[in-house]
Ligand binder design. Structure first.
Ligand code: SF4
Ligand code: SF4
Length: 92
């Protein structure tokens, strides 16, 4: 089964407030790797035309990859969503 099909089976209850925060957006401009934009399986981070990084936290799978991948600048403040919010995984 393709990953897209598996992700389609998941359900989200998005909070109004992001649980993921870029600590200093200016630092992303000088980050040449922009690893977050390709390492996140849910494509939560996307690079804008002006070089800034947008965070679509609503689709986060809570896998933790981005808290590790932003190694050089440690510019992501990572937390789980508040209780009752976030992803509901469905198996099978
Ligand atoms: S990897 Fe970190 S510093 Fe680089 S663009 Fe992403 S959040 Fe910004
Ligand atoms: S925790 Fe995983 S799914 Fe969520 S934003 Fe980070 S890399 Fe993407």
């Amino acid at each position: 089964m393709r990953i897209e099909d598996r992700l389609f089976a998941d359900r989200f209850r998005a909070d109004t407030k992001s649980h993921l925060k870029i600590i200093d957006p200016k630092i992303c401009h000088k980050c040449s790797g922009k690893q977050c934009t390709y390492a996140c399986p849910a494509k939560v981070y996307t690079q804008e035309e002006d070089g800034s990084v947008r965070v679509a936290y609503e689709g986060c799978l809570e896998c933790g990859t981005c808290r590790i991948i932003c190694q050089e600048y440690k510019n992501i403040n990572w937390a789980y969503p508040r209780g009752g919010f976030g992803i509901l995984f469905k198996f099978g």
